[in-house]
Design a protein around this ligand. Structure first.
Ligand SMILES: [Zn+2]
Length: 337
């Protein structure tokens, strides 16, 4: 998609996107090396949308903003859109720093706390067992068992979240943002839409450049998240072409409907690739990754790539195109029906 002609905010500064909406860009220590955080200007003070990952760079950046461009009024509340560690990791620290309450959807709060509260060795054991079922090499499964919790390593102690639900409206000094809750990239992500002004804070479900990661949930790998994501994308195909969209990564864009259509086609292509490959040989998740990506991954990316492959295989089973043979020779295999 073509970026809107809006300058990317520098560290410690904000770019104003609408009368009540501001944008900050925070660095991330991952391959996806940044996240977009947003602030709404309300009668009660700032609403901060997402917190960033928990590290010293994030802490220093929040201090710069709170003592600089955000210093004119208090923080009224913090809204965490979903449990992924780049969004929720610094939530507890930000709540302590500002004294503001934190809101999230119920499912995202539960998932974040589940991941954070797991003892590192328990997290390692679950991921190691999952990778064995995926058919990944034994040395990788052994290594992740030793590596502990990739979630807790990037999060401060999570706060108690107050619940926010779909249909609630956040009133700002200039508009009214209605809460959406959707399933796909995560369990119950919050996004915000102001239909009157044609503004949409899509966060991670509709991104202009990369395909949002649709991953198996290690708590329940048979949950068909891709079906839910298709439902979301179908709805997004009718977005007004001139609606400005503010995503969690990369840059603001328009033509959200066209973007949704591209993402639908992308996932259907991947599903077809896997269905075709399974005609030639039984597919493990590891083999499915080779079909989809054809390259090796480091441990951080492996988590997302294997989850993405598993989610597509799960969808093929859920839609009757493949069947699963569980733990055959120690791992799951997917074969024609
Ligand atoms: Zn995310």
């Amino acid at each position: 998609m073509i970026p809107l002609d809006i300058p990317v905010p520098e560290t410690g500064k904000l770019t104003q996107l609408a009368d009540d909406l501001y944008w900050a860009r925070f660095d991330l220590p991952f391959r996806l090396n940044h996240i977009n955080l947003y602030m709404l200007d309300t009668q009660d003070g700032w609403c901060l949308i997402d917190a960033g990952v928990n590290n010293e760079v994030t802490a220093a950046h929040w201090h710069m903003l709170l003592e600089g461009p955000l210093s004119g009024q208090p923080v009224a509340f913090i809204l965490i859109t979903h449990h992924h560690v780049d969004h929720m990791g610094y939530a507890g620290a930000l709540a302590s720093l500002t004294g503001a309450p934190c809101f999230a959807s119920s499912d995202e709060a539960v998932h974040g706390h589940w991941l954070y509260d797991l003892a590192p060795q328990e997290f390692g054991a679950i991921l190691s067992r999952t990778y064995r079922w995926y058919g990944l090499p034994a040395e990788i499964a052994q290594r992740v068992a030793q590596n502990g919790s990739r979630y807790r390593a990037n999060a401060s102690p999570l706060p108690i979240f107050q619940e926010i639900t779909a249909g609630e409206v956040i009133h700002t000094r200039a508009g009214a943002w209605e809460v959406r809750i959707d399933t796909g990239h995560s369990d119950a992500q919050i996004s915000l839409m102001d239909c009157q002004r044609n503004l949409f804070l899509s966060v991670d479900f509709l991104l202009p450049r990369i395909s949002p990661n649709i991953s198996a949930d290690i708590r329940n790998p048979d949950f068909d998240s891709l079906s839910h994501y298709f439902t979301y994308l179908e709805e997004m195909t009718s977005l007004p072409a001139d609606m400005s969209i503010f995503p969690g990564h990369d840059w603001p864009f328009r033509d959200g409907g066209a973007r949704a259509t591209i993402l639908i086609e992308h996932h259907h292509e991947r599903l077809q690739q896997l269905e075709d490959a399974a005609q030639n040989q039984p597919l493990s998740v590891a083999l499915a990754m080779d079909v989809l990506f054809g390259r090796a991954f480091g441990d951080h990316e492996l988590y997302f790539a294997s989850g993405e492959a598993r989610a597509h295989l799960t969808h093929l089973v859920a839609t009757g195109r493949l069947q699963i043979k569980r733990h055959d020779k120690g791992h799951d295999l997917y074969v024609p029906v």
